[in-house]
Design a protein around this ligand. Structure first.
Ligand SMILES: NC(=O)c1ccc[n+]([C@@H]2O[C@H](COP(=O)([O-])OP(=O)(O)OC[C@H]3O[C@@H](n4cnc5c(N)ncnc54)[C@H](O)[C@@H]3O)[C@@H](O)[C@H]2O)c1
Ligand SMILES: [Zn+2]
Length: 361
């Protein structure tokens, strides 16, 4: 049985379904028709590991597959061009549906393609990494990277359906599972203390993909993320419920990814784990949160075997990426701080020098 969540954004509602072995539900929920072209863009590793499962569902002659080799480096303008060239070969029209089966990289790239092709085609997201199931498939942000920073080109574009099938996770590496877990911790610490307590108790079961626990974590994370997005789809920096809160750990995390040239030796979740530790340290120096509480969160990241050592991080080396962050205006930084476990807020208009001072202090 699948769990169904309705997400309402600006008076438009779409459905997210979550369960195990539920790929066969896609046709019913996405309302497939025999005379409408479905373009399915699939991550090559996912296709290799789940070929029979996918082919069983997408077998009619109007289902055209594009297999894509994704990595953070491939979230680029070159990939956008390569994929749309392939899509045009299939002669899409305004009724064509774009179906993405892959992680956050392909989801972000494919979402941008769907939102721009013929001025917007129906998008169906089938996320296959833990990170994309708990975070990137929800909320309608898409985009590609530019050399000067992460996700600098993109749109807000809500999908018609998100189908989360945890059976895909069985072939995901432990490292990628931990990477997704980093965003789960983020959701808990910015919004829900009780959830953080639950994670402290049950993180091993979540990381081991124990069905009951992984489903609970995915559902709880989606509820937190969607409740924030529903109030502020386009990140208007309204103080209390701004979507920007979801960016906790991302100002520095994204800068780490960009300065590392999006290489695979640092996953998004790993960068965010380090970015959260930096943000916790800054929140503590700003006297918002006690040592004891930040140690509790960092201890949890360590237990989950996520990277937490920030000694070698020098904000001066990351300055140009930090300044380029999309939350900022006029070279002043808007930074997400933690006031308590489960309570985050935006610290607005911080000059870089001040941020750096609190980081060094
Ligand atoms: N749009 C948003 O709101 C949002 C939110 C958070 C993160 N993101 C973005 O998400 C991206 C990271 O996503 P990700 O961590 O899913 O990375 P990813 O898409 O690169 O996937 C990680 C690796 O796992 C492989 N893979 C995917 N599914 C698999 C499966 N089921 N079995 C085996 N291997 C599989 C991929 O080929 C890749 O090598 C970043 O670019 C980040 O910026 C976007
Ligand atoms: Zn993220």
């Amino acid at each position: 049985m699948e769990t169904k969540l309705s997400i309402k954004i600006n008076n438009k509602i779409y459905t997210t379904i979550i369960g195990k072995n539920i790929l066969n539900k896609v046709s019913k929920y996405a309302n497939f028709k025999n005379d409408i072209l479905n373009i399915i863009i699939i991550d090559s590793k996912v296709y290799k590991n789940h070929k029979n499962y996918i082919n069983k569902i997408f077998k009619n002659k109007n289902s055209k597959k594009i297999i894509f080799n994704s990595s953070e480096k491939s979230k680029s303008f070159e990939s956008y061009y390569k994929i749309i060239k392939k899509i045009f070969y299939f002669k899409p029209d305004r009724k064509t549906k774009i179906i993405i089966i892959g992680g956050g990289v392909l989801g972000d790239l494919g979402g941008f393609i769907a939102s721009t092709l013929l001025r917007g085609l129906d998008l169906i997201l089938i996320p296959t990494t833990l990170l994309s199931q708990v975070d990137s498939s929800i909320g309608g942000k898409n985009g590609i990277n530019f050399y000067s920073g992460k996700n600098l080109i993109g749109t807000f574009y809500q999908p018609k359906l998100v189908l989360i099938d945890i059976s895909f996770l069985n072939t995901l590496s432990k490292r990628q599972i931990k990477s997704g877990y980093s965003e789960i911790v983020k959701h808990a610490v910015i919004k829900n203390k009780k959830y953080f307590g639950w994670l402290e108790k049950n993180y091993n079961k979540v990381l081991n993909l124990d069905k009951k626990y992984i489903l609970m974590a995915i559902i709880e994370s989606i509820k937190i993320k969607s409740s924030i997005v529903m109030k502020d789809e386009k990140e208007n920096l309204i103080s209390k419920n701004s979507r920007a809160l979801l960016n906790f750990g991302h100002t520095i995390g994204h800068a780490l990814e960009a300065s590392n040239k999006y290489k695979n030796n640092l996953t998004h979740g790993e960068a965010i784990s380090l970015g959260m530790v930096c943000a916790l340290k800054i929140s503590n120096k700003l006297k918002y949160i006690s040592n004891k509480k930040i140690d509790k969160i960092i201890g949890h990241l360590k237990n989950a075997k996520l990277p937490t050592n920030i000694e070698s991080i020098n904000l001066n080396n990351l300055k140009r990426f930090i300044i380029q962050d999309k939350k900022n205006f006029s070279n002043k930084i808007n930074f997400i701080v933690l006031k308590d476990i489960g309570n985050s807020s935006i610290e607005k208009n911080i000059p870089f020098a001040k941020l750096n001072k609190f980081y060094l202090k």
